[in-house]
Design a protein around this ligand. Sequence first.
Ligand code: ZN
Length: 45
Amino acid sequence: MHVPSISMCPNCKSPRLPHRVCSVCGYYKGRQVIQIKKKEEKEKK
Ligand SMILES: [Zn+2]
């Protein structure tokens, strides 16, 4: 029985792949490594 290894993000408590940057908050190993847009910014045309 294969159990997918899922780690929990210590920052936002969301399930994420281990050894991967959390795609929800952008944290990895207790530090933010990527910027996550909280909301989609409206672009003016
Ligand atoms: Zn997270």
